[in-house]
Design a protein around this ligand. Structure first.
Ligand SMILES: O=C(O)CCC(=O)C(=O)O
Length: 324
């Protein structure tokens, strides 16, 4: 009897080898899928027109110039920049993702970088998880040649096979002080030091992604990755990562959730391909879990709409009652 584990990406299923043999994919696609299953990432050519990349970078330069500080990243600029949207919904990327996940991909977030992020090593699963688990991945595209000097992406091959470490594993109650933790990398102290210590304890081997302009890499949800140091001060590193979920899941943020006490922080997403709101779905049916955090999220949204009409002290008082 063959058991098909539909609620796991097939590349991460215990039945993968058998399913791969049974599959009708071409030999080339089979090798691609097998490599991704074993290593947790795949480098490929998304077939992007280099003139699209040049227009994208040219049109984003004035936006990057307005950012103060070192971290030159822009989130969700696909909403006003059609070139960014085209990269996110590129036919070749979507085709590869359909093969790797056997579900319809949902591009839901873009991040555009002008320089290397030097971001600490992490698994995306702590930011974006799904139920069923692991239906999430990132696709990173180089908009210029990437060298060891301009802060390449780094990653740990096969680390996607490690367990998923949630905030409870670090002894942290994730849903405490959500507003503080929502600030970028505010979770860093506990999470990223745990990951770094684990890498050292397991002696995991790091690789860097020195690819050419136009090339891309897909990483699976739990692959450990981050940004290398920039060795050439002032060097640019134009690039884009698009994050994808897959259909028929619940989508949530583990670093802000404590599922054990019914606090799940759901993502409120738009599908970049269709422009439609992404529905949370469990076994094919829409779910609207009325958890405390979800109620808090909608109460805060409502409060910010009416807050100009009331004195600040009153709004703050209501907020403290609602959020606790
Ligand atoms: O581009 C980089 O340097 C890191 C990007 C990253 O870690 C992410 O998008 O999760």
């Amino acid at each position: 009897m063959t058991i098909h584990a539909d609620n796991l990406p097939w590349t991460e299923s215990p039945f993968f080898e058998g399913e791969l043999q049974e599959s009708t994919l071409s030999a080339e696609d089979k090798a691609f899928v097998k490599d991704f299953s074993e290593n947790g990432y795949a480098v490929f050519d998304p077939g992007l027109d280099l003139s699209l990349i040049d227009s994208l970078v040219g049109s984003m330069k004035p936006h990057f110039a307005k950012i103060d500080g070192e971290d030159k990243r822009l989130q969700d600029s696909w909403a006003y920049n059609e070139c960014i949207r085209k990269v996110a919904v590129s036919d070749i990327v979507l085709h590869k993702l359909r093969i790797l996940y056997r579900r319809e991909p949902i591009p839901f977030q873009t991040l555009n970088f002008a320089v290397g992020t030097q971001q600490k090593t992490h698994s995306d699963m702590v930011h974006f998880n799904s139920i069923p688990h692991r239906f999430m991945c990132g696709v990173w595209v180089a908009f210029e040649d990437i060298t060891e000097n301009n802060g390449p992406l780094h990653y740990y091959p096969k680390s996607h096979k490690l367990p998923f470490y949630d905030m409870i594993d670090m002894g942290v109650k994730a849903s405490d002080n959500i507003s503080a933790k929502k600030a970028l990398m505010a979770y860093a102290e506990n999470y990223t030091s745990f990951i770094q210590e684990m890498i050292e304890a397991l002696k995991l081997k790091k690789q860097t992604l020195t690819i050419k302009k136009g090339q891309a890499m897909i990483w699976s949800a739990n692959l450990l990755h981050g940004g290398e140091m920039i060795h050439t001060p002032g060097a640019s590193r134009y690039s884009q990562v698009t994050h994808y979920y897959f259909d028929n899941c619940i989508y949530y943020v583990p670093r802000l959730s404590d599922i054990a006490i019914n606090k799940i922080y759901l993502n409120n997403l738009v599908n970049i391909r269709t422009g439609k709101k992404v529905v949370n779905s469990y076994f094919g049916k829409e779910v609207k879990p009325a958890t405390k955090i979800q109620l808090q999220q909608s109460a805060i949204r409502m409060l910010s709409k009416i807050s100009p009409l009331f004195p600040k002290e009153i709004v703050d008082r209501i907020k403290s009652v609602v959020v606790g």
